[in-house]
Write a protein that binds this ligand. Structure first.
Ligand SMILES: [Zn+2]
Length: 310
């Protein structure tokens, strides 16, 4: 019997592109050789990755003018002929193409974009459906102004759960008394120990009100998000943000070329320059998280707004 599940189609796509598209083959091979370094923020594992190929994304001009002026790399017309796709339609009727990211930061790195050119927006139900149909994967969302390199074209990214340290960390820390547990059997945690403010929700129903109430409480804040599905439970993480890049972003003396997005918030810091790779410390990472995330007071306001609608 032919296995025609989305997961199998994606697996075949990855194998085919790695075999037939030299750019993909070379870039994934280069990633295997990339230097990595591990640091710890308390109990949180952070992987630093020296990846010169990602300069195009980290240093990208994401101003509205620059975005309007460039050809969109997620639109069919501007993609290389070698770039194939698996097409998928969500229950809500949105059509997507799932593709291998030719400039990976993960050993398995997918880009999942709407077939139409429409502004970046987090369609949570689609994200959850994708997480369910792609077991083992974590779906990532980068909002406009906080890591989305194509804020004009709706897209997600995906990698394997074990590639993002935060996934297993949150699963393991679920019973830790250091995290606030609220609302009885509905599980929701707020944690800002590392300066990396996050809201972690576990739900069993795709239409669970908790996620929509929380989105409402977030009230248009810039954000990154992660979603994965495991043992019949969706794991959903919001990272509410105030800024895209730190004050010291740049190439000058004392500057760092970092553009934190869902990957960095999930524990993988991608550093195109060797000196940043060598000089980043746990204290600096913590200070970046603090600078770019909303603060504890604002987190409290979200919490209050959430409680009010419940
Ligand atoms: Zn586009």
């Amino acid at each position: 019997m032919i296995d025609n599940t989305l997961s199998h189609q994606v697996q075949s796509l990855v194998e085919r592109q790695l075999c037939e598209w030299p750019l993909v083959r070379d870039n994934y091979a280069a990633l295997e050789r990339a230097e990595v370094r591990e640091i710890w923020l308390g109990e949180s594992r952070i992987i630093l990755q020296h990846n010169p190929e990602r300069i195009r994304s980290t240093a990208a001009d994401v101003s509205d003018e620059a975005i309007q002026a460039r050809p969109c790399f997620l639109c069919d017309a501007n993609q290389p002929v070698e770039q194939e796709a698996v097409h998928w339609k969500s229950d809500d009727g949105s059509e997507y193409k799932i593709q291998v990211n030719p400039y990976p930061i993960f050993r398995r790195h997918l880009t999942i974009s709407l077939t139409e050119h429409k502004p970046q927006k987090c369609l949570k139900r689609d994200m959850m459906q994708l997480a369910q149909l792609l077991p083992g994967y974590v779906i990532m969302f980068n909002g406009k102004g906080c890591g989305a390199s194509a804020p004009d074209h709706l897209h997600f990214q995906a990698t394997m759960q074990q590639e993002l340290p935060l996934c297993t960390e949150l699963e393991d820390r679920a019973d830790n008394s250091g995290l606030d547990t609220c609302y009885g059997d509905r599980n929701l945690w707020i944690d800002g120990d590392t300066g990396r403010q996050l809201i972690y929700i576990r739900i069993r129903l795709i239409d669970s009100a908790i996620l929509y109430d929380m989105s409402h409480a977030l009230n248009g804040l810039m954000r990154n998000a992660l979603c994965w599905f495991k043992d019949d439970v969706w794991h959903y993480v919001f990272f509410p943000r105030t800024k895209g890049r730190p004050q010291c972003y740049g190439t000058g003396e004392g500057c760092f070329l970092v553009s934190p997005a869902a990957a960095e918030y999930g524990g993988v810091w991608v550093l195109p320059r060797k000196q940043d790779f060598e000089h980043l410390t746990p204290e600096l990472i913590c200070s970046f998280y603090k600078e770019l995330s909303i603060n504890s007071l604002e987190m409290g306001h979200i919490y209050d707004a959430y409680v009010r609608v419940n």
